[in-house]
Design a protein. Structure first.
Length: 323
């Protein structure tokens, strides 16, 4: 994940007002169809238009949400990392439409009382959706505010009844080369499928979230449809997309970026301005949308600003060693 200096003018400065439209909606008609749904998306040839994505029922979880304005829908859905579809930021929006996400099932295995293959709807059925507006900080030093819709990860995991041996939980992304051009690439550095994992107490933290939507509608494929992890105090690569496998484990799992470059990307990957990436500083981040006249560099904060909710998880740990 080299910092690709994408020219800053390539990111829409977009003062178009989806966020204000959106904020009004939040204020006055909570839980109804997102207005952002009507946005035109001329650039997207293959991805489903947002107006065709299912509208979700949800309640606001204001206590878990930032007041910072969410990035416009266009930025969230056109500037992505999803290497299964290519390494350029625009590749996922262009190619992820090829991925079929219905039907979808998740294989649950390992240290739990309820292993098995679950249809996505069965896994989600007992839970009601919340909206959480989280900061997402990529290890490449850009960030966005994103209004996710989904369920707390802990609620889903508890129903699967992890045993006392379950110290970690591991996730895998879909491996389907015929629909994922990045998986067919001979130059890919990733040993597919994309893998991630959390320590059990991290997974059970109130902030860990399984997103199925954004801006009130089903997730567009490029953002990890139909279900992806969101761990807002960690670098974005922990937030694995399009999940097909959940495994409860006794040992710490091997994760994709750690496998590629263990000296650069650790298992923990907590956002930390005091621990630089070997090739660049982590002290600041470019908050998107940004532009040539408004680069919008801001200070990076420890645990991405979620220190109060998560710092207890790392008490006594040397965060420079466990990066
Ligand atoms: N399967 C998979 N999940 C992934 C990635 C990926 O390449 N493949 N990229 C990660 C990275 S580096 C980031 S920053 C976030 C980006 O999420 P977004 O595109 O929804 O903003 O997804 C993460 N999840
Ligand atoms: Mo990232």
């Amino acid at each position: 994940m080299f910092i690709k200096q994408r020219p800053s003018w390539a990111i829409s400065e977009s003062e178009v007002t989806p966020e204000s439209v959106y904020l009004n909606r939040r204020k006055f008609m909570s839980g109804v169809v997102a207005s952002a749904a009507t946005l035109a998306m001329p650039g997207l040839l293959q991805a489903k238009e947002s107006s065709k994505l299912e509208a979700l029922d949800y309640r606001q979880a204001a206590e878990y949400s930032t007041d910072e304005p969410p990035a416009p829908y266009d930025d969230i859905t056109r500037y992505n990392n999803f290497y299964e579809f290519g390494t350029d930021k625009g590749d996922p929006a262009h190619h992820a439409g090829q991925m079929s996400v219905d039907p979808w099932s998740i294989e649950v295995e390992g240290e739990c009382a309820r292993p098995g293959r679950y249809a996505l709807d069965d896994l989600l059925e007992p839970h009601s959706y919340q909206e959480r507006i989280y900061r997402l900080r990529c290890v490449e030093a850009w960030s966005m505010v994103i209004p996710w819709v989904g369920v707390p990860l802990a609620d889903v995991l508890k129903r699967l009844e992890p045993t006392s041996k379950a110290k970690y939980v591991y996730f895998e992304t879909l491996h389907r080369p015929e629909q994922m051009p990045g998986q067919r690439s001979l130059f890919s550095t990733i040993d597919w499928p994309y893998r991630e994992g959390l320590r059990m107490d991290e997974a059970m933290n109130e902030l860990s979230f399984l997103a199925v939507g954004l801006y009130g509608k089903a997730l567009p494929n490029q953002n990890g449809a139909p279900i992806r992890l969101v761990v807002p105090w960690k670098y974005g690569f922990k937030s694995i997309k399009s999940i097909v496998r959940i495994r409860f484990m006794e040992e710490q799992p091997k994760t994709s970026w750690e496998m590629i470059a263990p000296s650069e990307y650790g298992f923990y990957a907590n956002v930390n301005p005091d621990v630089d990436h070997p090739r660049w500083s982590q002290k600041r981040e470019r908050r998107l949308p940004s532009g040539i006249f408004r680069p919008n560099w801001i200070e990076t904060t420890k645990f991405n600003g979620y220190e109060q909710q998560v710092s207890h998880l790392y008490k006594g740990m040397d965060l420079a060693k466990f990066y």
